[in-house]
Design a protein around this ligand. Sequence first.
Ligand code: CA
Length: 225
Amino acid sequence: MRLLLVEDDAELSAALVADLERRGFASDSAATCEDAALFVQTIQYGAMILDLGLPDGNGLDMIRRLRAQANPLPILVITARGDLESRIAGLEAGADDYLAKPFSPDELVARLRAVLRRGGSYQGREIVCGNLVFDTDNSQLTVVGRVVSLSQRESALLGLLLRRTGLVVTKRLAEDQLFGAQDLLGSNAIEVYVHRLRQKLEAAETSVEIVTIRGVGYLLKPVAE
Ligand code: CA
């Protein structure tokens, strides 16, 4: 998984990138809002680590813009403005978590992992992926304006995959989200739902596909043109 680090302090940025790399996170770094916006448009990141005070603007505005476009990218804010007011403003703008400088690399990585485990806490009402629109309020799937009917579990599975577009959803996570503790599960229960959902997505001619990562889980991504 690739991360995007947006930080204009070159020294801190280089140190964080090296530190993240050592812990298995490949990262790109941007020092301005403009560069960050370009990176986000071009590359599918697992998460963004964002400083708020940037030379060409405020990170909060960038979060608001992304969320207005229903972009669910998990965002961890890092900033010297550790006071309660800006912390609340960051979360209200759609950040997933907030870390005040100075922080230890250990804490950054722990928070990052927590944000990634949750798949980002932000859920816009509509998630758009390829030619598919999923309304998270009523679990309605629309493909090029046509409503596609899904069972409750099929739409739960689709929502889970969409909220983590480009990231692997483990079989275990899918089981936890789709079934209650009282449900007796066959070992292929998730496969059955993935199979049905794939058939419906195919029949509706969606431009996304569910990829099986053998032994791990599933990943939803736009079909390469
Ligand atoms: Ca700064």
